[in-house]
Write a protein that binds this ligand. Sequence first.
Ligand SMILES: [Cu+2]
Length: 136
Amino acid sequence: MEKKQLMEIIAGILVLLATVGTIGAALLYDEHLWGGLRTIELTAQAPERGNWNIQEIHLVRGEPVRIKIRNIDTVSHGFAIPELGISLNGTGEIKPGNVGVIEFTPDKTGDFLFTCTTWCSAQHMQMTGRIIISEK
Ligand SMILES: [Cu+2]
């Protein structure tokens, strides 16, 4: 094989790896506009299997947001921000493979905990993350 051919193959592999990596990252964590509303996607797994991803959400007071919680685990999870009085409707439970959606407009600034509301594992109490709400 000529050296030039070899270099082209290596370059091709590098481009492929970069593309796959980007798509993979987009699947794990996605933030976009959906129906004009800022939408943040996170995945739920028990702490020993990876915990919330992402574990830190940054919001702006007065700006409406939609949070989509995808349960990629084998057990049910829930989602709540107790200090803001926000939780999922109904049973508050997201079954494995399901998605829970919450829409709200933060009305105060600060650093708050979001938590899983379903007893999902022995480490359930560690299934928390931070919501940081700042002024515009
Ligand atoms: Cu949980």
